[in-house]
Structures are given as structure tokens and as C-alpha cells.
Design a protein around this ligand. Structure first.
Ligand code: 5AD
Ligand code: SF4
Length: 446
């Protein structure tokens, strides 16, 4: 018998939190059999690029990066492309990039060790089958963040919005068992983590056969020591009264919902197959706000969807103004091969100049609204959790329960602790704050 060859492994992640979480699983699984995770690609024995396929731009970045990575590779380095772009392109990616050895979709990570072994013997391979039982239940993730944990509770998506590639790349929706999610939460809390974000493509449609998302919030929220519970991303249609009630009553659930709207025009929403009207979206936002005082609301919006007229876009602008979002991720529609939106009549295509102009106006409207609201918050006090040293390095980055970013003075020893801060300044989107009192990092539920 030959001893398995191990070595160092480097993972680079693109795209959403679900991908970050998948990268943690891949690293955990490889570390458990003896691979050493490293944080740079130079000379690594295995390089994995975990990719996103949501927009063409995301894929182009990866293509560029794969070219760059060549220079870090030794003759025997194994290069694997994983995630949504791998699933979408499959063997086409092996043809296109000759230095890529492995192409593995989101349900194929269990085979990573054996595929890497094969690749070391020169076997290039693709693994892109869906596995509806796959939750990687027995794999311990190697977490990148010491303060917050992301816990996947659902994989795949059954909604099939007409612009979206996710149902193709991540397959049908399936939920983990509630008891497994609670166990994982207990484990991360035992490691000193006090904030958990539950992940799913339409996370509030969670159902494990016996429990819905309300049960999940109650079950996870009852884990002693957990102080903050978040989730992303919900679908407006899955906010049942039960779920909203659980959000309002489970103390750990934070006062923030990221609620993708996509468009403020019922006509466009219909073409997108979002399954709600403008009025129904507004109603969902009001029900959430009525139940949860101080709730902050953020969203995703797409402009330039096929057939979007000036009037449709004006409705999106007015919705953004009326709903007073705290922030919004804004995107130009990107046609994804094989999705229903690409089969709409060519004359419905919105020219790029028009889409760019709309995007600019939308961003301005989001900023203007957020700026006004943020200015009005100056002088108020909030509990923050310190996450890390800020990007510029002199201040610490902390977050309120409403997910607002506050930069505070301090040193690394404060990371992971809670403080009360007074908001002293704002750039329009983020805040600076002064610490007014220290709060012991006592668990909420003991
Ligand atoms: N083009 C542009 N934006 C898209 N999104 C999803 N698919 C597309 C696409 N084809 C956006 C949606 C979604 C977010 C994650 O990405 O707004 O909520
Ligand atoms: Fe894509 Fe729609 Fe599913 Fe979200 S709900 S992942 S936008 S198909």
C-alpha cells in the first residue's frame, strides 16, 4: 500500500456567504486527512478556486485569476475549480483551461480527497452530479472567522426566478435536520463564537419535514451563549406569521432583514417570476417593521431586466425611496446561459447605456436615502460586536444588531467583545463611534 501524498492546500473564494461556508467545509475535510491549509497560493500543493456564476462579471474575474495562478504553480500542483461556475461549465472548463485538473460542483466536495489523489497521477476529472442527501453533516468546517459563524441550513433553490442561474448550479432545495443545526450552533458557541448567521438560498422556506423556519429560529436561538442570530437570504413569500412571530420573540434574532426586492414594478416582477407584486413586497416589509421595532431593511435590486421600461424603472426608484432601505446591493441584469430570461424576445433587451444610466440613478437614490437616515442616527447609542481590525488598520470594525458598521478606536484584544457605543460621525454609509461603556461578553441565554 502506498501512503497517501498530502501537502499544503490553498483555497480562494468568490461570491456569496454560502461559498465561504463551502470553502470552510472543503478545508475542514482536507485538513482532517492531513492537508495543511495555507493562506497564499505560492508553491501550494493544491490550489482550489471556489467560484460564483451569478453574473458574467463574476466568471470573468475567475477566468482572469486562473491565468494569474499559473505563475504560483509548481509542476505537480493540483488546480481545482469548485462551486457554481464549475457546476455550470463542467467539462467545458477542462477544455478551456488546460492547467485546471479538477472541476467540482457544490455537491461534489466529498470526493475531493480522492479526486486530488487522482489528479496527482495525471487524471483530470469533473464531478458535477447533484446529491439531494448531501449536507456534509460529518465534515467539521475549518472556520475563517473567530467572531462570527456561518451555518448552512438549506442547499439549493426551488424558486427558479427567470434571471437566476442558482437553481441550475446548486440544484433543488433541501434542508438540514433542525437537531443538526442546533448541534453545530452549540459547537461554535463552545468555541467562543456568539454570533451565528443561518444560510440558505431562500432560507426562510426552510423545512426539515417536521420543523419550519420559525422552529429553527427558536431552536437555535435557545442555545445558551448565543447572543446574535442572523439569517440570509429570505424570500418575501416565506415570511409567514409564525416566522415573523419567532423573529420578534427570540431574543437573539437581530433587528435586520436582507430582503431581496429585485424590482419595484409588478410587471417586471412578473417577468422575473418572483411570485409577488410590488404591493405584496411592501406589505411584507410593513409586517416585518410592525413586529420588530427598529428593524433595518436592506435589499438586492436588478436593473435592465428584459422589457424594463422607464416607467418600470421609476417604480423601482420610488419603491427604494418609499421603503427607506438602509442599504441595497444593485446589479445590472446579466444574461445567464440556459435561464428563461435569455429566451425572451430580443427586442425586450435593455441597451447597456440605458441599464448603466439606471444603475447610476439607483445607486444615487440608495445613497441619498441612507445618508439622511444615518445622519439622523448620530448621537444615539448601540451595542456593537467588534469583528476585526478595519481595512485601513487604525480602527476596529464593529457592528450593531441592525448590521450597521461602526468604526471604533481600540486594539486587537477587543475583537469578539461587546461594547456600547455612541455614533459620532458617518460617511453616509458607515459610522464612527465612541465607546461609552464596556459590556461583559456575557451570554444572553443562560
Ligand atoms: N443578473 C444580475 N443580477 C443577478 N442576481 C441574480 N442573478 C442575476 C443576474 N442574472 C442578483 C439578485 C440576487 C443577487 C444575489 O444577485 O439581485 O438577489
Ligand atoms: Fe435565484 Fe430566485 Fe432562487 Fe434567489 S430565489 S437563488 S434569485 S432563483
Amino acid at each position: 500500500m502506498t501512503t497517501p501524498r498530502r501537502g499544503t492546500v490553498y483555497v480562494e473564494t468568490y461570491g456569496c456567504q454560502m461559498n465561504v461556508s463551502d470553502s470552510e467545509l472543503m478545508l475542514g475535510s482536507l485538513a482532517s486527512i492531513g492537508y495543511l491549509p495555507v493562506d497564499a497560493p505560492d508553491g501550494a500543493d493544491v490550489i482550489l478556486v471556489n467560484t460564483c456564476a451569478i453574473r458574467d462579471h463574476a466568471e470573468q474575474r475567475v477566468i482572469g485569476r486562473l491565468g494569474e495562478l499559473k505563475r504560483y504553480m509548481k509542476a505537480d500542483t493540483v488546480l481545482g475549480v469548485t462551486g457554481c461556475m464549475a457546476q455550470r461549465l463542467g467539462p467545458r472548463l477542462l477544455d478551456r483551461a488546460k492547467h485546471v485538473d479538477l472541476v467540482i460542483g457544490p455537491d461534489g466536495y466529498r470526493a475531493l480527497p480522492s479526486l486530488i489523489e487522482g489528479a496527482r497521477d495525471g487524471l483530470r476529472a469533473t464531478a458535477v452530479d447533484f446529491d439531494l442527501e448531501e449536507h456534509y453533516e460529518d465534515v467539521s468546517p475549518r472556520r475563517f472567522d473567530r467572531v462570527r459563524a456561518w451555518i448552512p441550513v438549506q442547499r439549493g433553490c426551488d424558486y427558479k426566478c427567470t434571471y437566476c442561474i442558482v437553481p441550475t448550479t446548486r440544484g433543488p432545495e433541501r434542508s438540514r435536520q433542525l437537531a443538526d443545526v442546533v448541534r453545530e450552533t452549540e459547537r461554535v458557541v463552545a468555541e467562543g463564537i456568539t454570533e451565528v448567521t443561518l444560510l440558505g438560498q431562500t432560507v426562510n422556506s426552510y423545512h426539515d419535514g417536521a420543523h419550519d423556519f420559525a422552529d429553527l429560529l427558536s431552536g437555535v436561538g435557545a442555545v445558551p451563549g448565543l447572543r446574535r442570530l442572523r439569517f440570509t437570504s429570505p424570500h418575501p413569500n416565506d415570511f409567514s406569521d409564525r416566522v415573523i412571530e419567532a423573529m420578534a420573540t427570540v431574543e437573539a434574532v437581530c433587528e435586520h432583514v436582507h430582503l431581496p426586492m429585485q424590482s419595484g414594478s409588478t410587471r417586471t416582477l412578473k417577468r422575473m417570476l418572483r411570485r409577488y407584486t410590488r404591493e405584496e413586497y411592501f406589505d411584507c416589509a410593513s409586517r416585518l417593521r410592525a413586529a420588530i421595532p427598529g428593524l433595518s431593511l436592506t435589499t438586492d435590486v436588478i436593473v435592465g431586466f428584459p422589457g424594463e421600461t422607464d416607467e418600470d424603472f421609476d417604480e423601482t426608484l420610488s419603491a427604494v425611496r418609499e421603503l427607506a432601505f438602509d442599504d441595497a446591493f444593485t446589479f445590472k441584469f446579466s444574461p445567464r446561459e440556459g435561464t428563461p430570461a435569455t429566451r425572451m424576445p430580443a427586442e425586450l433587451t435593455v441597451p447597456d447605456e440605458i441599464a448603466s444610466d439606471r444603475l447610476g440613478r439607483l445607486i444615487a437614490a440608495v445613497r441619498e436615502g441612507a445618508r439622511g437616515r444615518n445622519l439622523s442616527l448620530l448621537g444615539t447609542r448601540h451595542e456593537v460586536l467588534v469583528e476585526k481590525v478595519s481595512r485601513r488598520g487604525e480602527l476596529l470594525q464593529a457592528r450593531t444588531r441592525e448590521h450597521r458598521t461602526v468604526l471604533v478606536p481600540g486594539d486587537e484584544s477587543m475583537i469578539g467583545a461587546y461594547f456600547m457605543v455612541e455614533l459620532t460621525g458617518t460617511t453616509g454609509s458607515t459610522f464612527t463611534g465612541a465607546i461609552v461603556s464596556e459590556r461583559a461578553a456575557l451570554p444572553l441565554a443562560v
